[in-house]
Design a protein around this ligand. Structure first.
Ligand SMILES: Nc1ncnc2c1ncn2[C@@H]1O[C@H](COP(=O)(O)OP(=O)(O)O)[C@@H](O)[C@H]1O
Ligand SMILES: [Mg+2]
Length: 451
């Protein structure tokens, strides 16, 4: 085992090690003071939320127990192992994802509440765009190291033992495997960012709409990319500490909600949001799409705009908007008992995946892909009667027609991007979201989701 950690994050550090049978593993070890530290962090969080709830009369405190519980579970690696194995099974039983997505197996006999041992992953990080797209010089029909969980190049254990005998503190245990970079370091995996993002959006849509088991920390540090022998990417997902398990009922409602957003089915949107104890359907619809929802009555926006009375001073207007905005939050969180707390973390997942897509230059139409998954999951749901499924199938067909229009918009933005006249659709969407939010007197602070 290497003495120096290969990675050190907030709760743990990760070491490379080799088992006596030659397998390479990652050992994630929780730092000793974490449990206490988390307790203080959560205490501070609770206090601040309580003050906010009381001072601004916003029903935020209702979220606290759920959030606290999720965050506390992150320090229990037995829980992480359980989530990880569950995700591995779900993926391996999903014909559309098996072989495209990989979750490293956990070695339970070498794990505990504070130590997690998994297969070591070789791969390129999502943020290394050059390495993802640089030319592949690893040979035709060959994939990158460790792809599909293949044994990494067999170790010469004798030479390792000799090295360790002579130099017990040796740090040169792990083979670096940088051959694919080529002699001048210009080589890469030769992948298309579009294929990478397609795999990613497929994966997280399946989690949300099909399985109801959602990894809520999909930031680039938790995603490795490798090259399959056929030239397509393999996505490796790690860090399964923060999960949300959706109830069957909520998962279906959520799928219908998404589909309704895309078909402007305002009646169904109103029904579902009412079921969730949400009064401000329009505002919530925009928060879900991460872009202004234009199918609704626009009531909220009109109320906001009516505050733009020319006779008022800037600070009066600002005050009015703040007041409306707070009322908006109150209306979204109208009924704390009905409000599905899972939405907080699902929103987080979607915002991070949007960020990943943006980072790679918006190569895919994420909103459309998610809508399609939502619709397909409804008619493929084996727990429903054939009648219900047939109805959903018919609507799925109609829906595909509507999605075609969304594609037209997507390629319009792509074309503009090519001509150097603006960003891709995700950039456009975010810019518009910011503008609308500003009209409402709010500066969006998306950076808080990073890390
Ligand atoms: N199986 C693995 N193979 C290779 N590196 C890993 C593996 N697991 C974790 N790491 C490295 O350790 C880092 C932190 O691990 P992670 O599970 O994400 O912990 P945290 O919850 O602290 O973010 C990762 O970003 C990655 O660089
Ligand atoms: Mg991590």
């Amino acid at each position: 085992m290497e003495r120096t950690a290969r990675a050190s994050a907030s709760v743990a550090q990760v070491h490379w090690a080799r088992l006596s049978d030659g397998r390479e593993v990652a050992i994630k070890i929780q730092k000793p003071e974490i449990e206490k530290q988390i307790w203080w962090d959560l205490f501070a969080f609770k206090t601040v939320t309580k003050v906010y709830t009381w001072w601004f009369d916003l029903p935020l405190y209702a979220m606290v127990p759920f959030i606290t519980e999720r965050l506390q579970l992150e320090t229990d690696f037995e829980n992480e192992a359980k989530n990880s194995e569950r995700m591995r099974d779900l993926i391996n039983n999903e014909p559309g994802l098996r072989g495209r997505v990989y979750v490293p197996p956990v070695y339970p006999e070498l794990s505990s509440k504070r130590v997690l041992t998994t297969e070591w992953i070789e791969g390129v990080r999502l943020w290394d765009k050059d390495a993802l797209t640089g030319p592949w010089i690893g040979g035709y029909g060959k994939g990158s190291a460790g792809v599909h969980g293949a044994q990494l190049n067999p170790p010469d254990m004798n030479s390792i033992r000799r090295e360790l005998r002579e130099n017990p503190n040796s740090q040169s245990l792990k083979p670096e495997r940088m051959e694919w970079k080529g002699p001048r370091g210009k080589g890469g995996l030769g992948l298309s960012t579009r294929d990478v993002m397609t795999t990613m959006v497929d994966l997280f849509s399946a989690q949300i709409f099909k399985w109801g088991v959602v990894h809520c920390d999909p930031h680039p540090g938790n995603i490795f990319i490798r090259r399959l022998p056929n030239g397509y990417p393999e996505l490796v997902l790690i860090d399964h500490g923060l999960y949300v398990y959706m109830s069957e009922k909520f998962r279906r409602e959520y799928g219908e909600f998404w589909k309704s957003l895309m078909t402007f089915d305002n009646k169904r949107i109103a029904e579902i949001t009412a079921e969730w104890g949400i009064k401000a359907a329009d505002l919530f619809a925009s928060a879900t799409l991460l872009r202004p929802y234009e199918g609704g009555s626009g009531e909220f926006k009109n109320q906001m705009l009516s505050q733009l009375d020319a006779k008022k001073t800037a600070s009066e207007r600002h005050y009015e908007m703040q007041k409306r905005m707070k009322q908006g939050v109150r209306d979204v969180l109208a009924d704390e008992d009905k409000w599905p707390k899972e939405l907080i973390f699902i929103g987080r997942n979607m915002r991070i995946v949007q960020g990943n897509n943006q980072y790679l230059g918006s190569p895919v139409n994420r909103v459309k892909m998610m809508g399609e998954w939502a619709s397909r999951s409804l008619f493929e749901d084996p727990n429903r009667s054939w009648r219900e499924r047939a109805g959903h199938m018919y609507r799925h067909m109609l829906f595909k027609g509507v999605l075609f229009l969304s594609d037209v918009a997507f390629y319009f933005f792509k074309m503009r991007q090519w001509l150097g006249r603006g960003g891709g659709m995700e950039d456009e969407v975010e810019a518009r979201m910011r503008t609308v939010a500003k009209e409402f007197g709010v500066e969006l602070q998306h950076d808080v989701f990073e890390g």
